[in-house]
Design a protein around this ligand. Structure first.
Ligand SMILES: [Zn+2]
Length: 327
C-alpha cells in the first residue's frame, strides 16, 4: 500500500491523568466509543498504573470486537523520544522513568504512540474540534496548571528534544515574585492557573480557611453575584492569560488559539478580557486571530492520541521521521 493510499483504521486510545485513566476505541471520523475509566491511584506506583492501563486496553478491545493495529496514549508528564516518561510531577507519583511505549508494545503486541497530554489536547482540538480545517493551531489548557501544545501544519511541534510547547512556563511577570511549580517564578501558570486564582482570592479576601472544595467555579459564581474581589481575581487571571497569548500570537502567527481546561469554563466574561488584552499586545494583523473555547472537553486528549497514532503509522510507511521515532 502506498503512503497516500493508506486508509485510517480504528485505534485504541488511552488518556492517563492525575486522578483517572480513560480508554476508548477511536474512529477515523472522530467518534470515541466504548469509553471506560479506571482510577489512576498513582500512589500505588508506576507498575500498578501500567497494569491498569493494560487491563483497560484489553477490556476495550474485547468489548469492541475490533482488532486495532495501534494504540495512542496521552499522558501527564514529559515524554521522551522512546515514548518513556522523562519527567512527571507529584500528580502521578511513580510514573517518572516508565517506558510506556515499550511496555505497551510488549503487553499488547501493537504499535504504540505516546505523547504529553497538552500535545494530545492541542492535536485533538486542531483536527476534530474548534480548530478543524485550520493548519496552525495553539491549544492551551488552563486548569490546576497550564499546559498545551503547538500544532504547525497539522502536526505537533516538538522542538529539538521533544519538549517544545511549555506554554505555562513563559514569563509574564518580570518582577518574578510569584513562585511557580516548575521551580521558576513569574510564569504564566503561576498567575493564571486555577491554583493561582484561588490563592489570589484567599489573599485579597483574607479568607484563610476556604472550604477544601472552593475553586474557580465558586469564584466565578461569587463574581456573577456582584462580589468585587472575585471579579477582580478573574479579571487578573484573564489579563495574564491574555499577555501570554499575545506572545504566542507574535511568535507563531497561528490560525486560531483554543483555550480549554476548568478555568476556561468561567465563560464569556473571562474570554472577553483575555481577547482584549491579547489583541492590545499582539502586533499588526495577528491581533485578529480568533481566541475560542475548546469544543471537545477531555475527549480532545483521546482523539488527539488517536491522531498521533494515525500520523505515526502514516509516517512509518515512508521515510522514518522524528515523529515515527516516538511511535
Ligand atoms: Zn513555571
Amino acid at each position: 500500500m502506498t503512503k497516500n493510499k493508506m486508509k485510517r483504521e480504528p485505534v485504541i486510545v488511552i488518556d492517563i491523568g492525575g486522578t483517572k485513566i480513560a480508554g476508548a476505541m477511536a474512529f477515523p471520523d472522530g467518534r470515541i466509543e466504548q469509553q471506560q475509566t479506571r482510577p489512576t491511584l498513582g500512589i500505588e506506583g508506576g507498575d500498578a498504573i501500567m497494569c491498569r492501563v493494560i487491563e483497560l486496553a484489553h477490556t476495550i478491545i474485547a468489548a469492541s470486537a475490533i482488532a486495532p493495529n495501534a494504540i495512542g496514549v496521552s499522558t501527564g508528564g514529559d515524554v521522551g523520544h522512546e515514548g518513556e516518561i522523562v519527567y512527571a510531577t507529584a500528580t502521578i507519583p511513580g510514573w517518572q522513568g516508565m517506558p510506556v511505549r515499550a511496555r505497551l508494545k510488549a503487553a499488547l503486541g501493537l504499535r504504540a504512540f505516546v505523547d504529553n497530554d497538552g500535545n494530545a489536547m492541542a492535536l485533538g482540538e486542531a483536527m476534530f474540534g474548534a480548530g478543524r480545517g485550520r493548519k496552525h493551531v495553539i491549544g492551551v489548557v488552563v486548569g490546576t496548571g497550564i499546559g498545551g501544545g503547538i500544532v504547525l501544519d497539522q502536526k505537533i511541534y516538538r522542538g529539538a528534544y521533544g519538549f517544545a510547547g511549555r506554554l505555562g512556563h513563559i514569563i509574564v511577570d518580570f518582577t518574578e515574585q510569584q513562585p511557580c511549580t516548575c521551580g521558576g517564578a513569574g510564569c504564566l501558570e503561576a498567575h493564571a492557573a486555577s491554583l493561582a486564582l484561588i490563592a489570589e482570592y484567599r489573599k485579597r479576601a483574607n479568607a484563610e480557611s476556604l472550604d477544601p472544595g472552593f475553586g474557580v467555579k465558586e469564584i466565578a459564581a461569587l463574581a456573577e453575584n456582584g462580589n468585587e474581589i472575585a471579579a477582580q481575581v478573574i479579571q487578573r487571571g484573564a489579563y495574564f492569560l491574555g499577555v501570554g497569548i499575545a506572545s504566542f500570537l507574535n511568535l507563531f502567527n497561528p490560525d486560531i488559539i483554543i483555550v480549554g481546561g476548568g478555568v476556561a469554563q468561567i465563560g464569556e466574561t473571562y474570554f472577553a478580557e483575555v481577547r482584549r488584552v491579547a489583541r492590545a499586545r499582539a502586533q499588526g494583523s495577528v491581533c485578529a486571530t480568533p481566541i475560542v473555547p475548546a469544543l471537545l472537553g477531555t475527549h480532545a486528549n483521546l482523539i488527539g492520541a488517536a491522531e498521533l497514532a494515525w500520523q505515526g503509522l502514516k509516517n512509518s510507511e515512508g521515510t522514518r521521521t522524528n515523529a515515527d521515532k516516538r511511535g
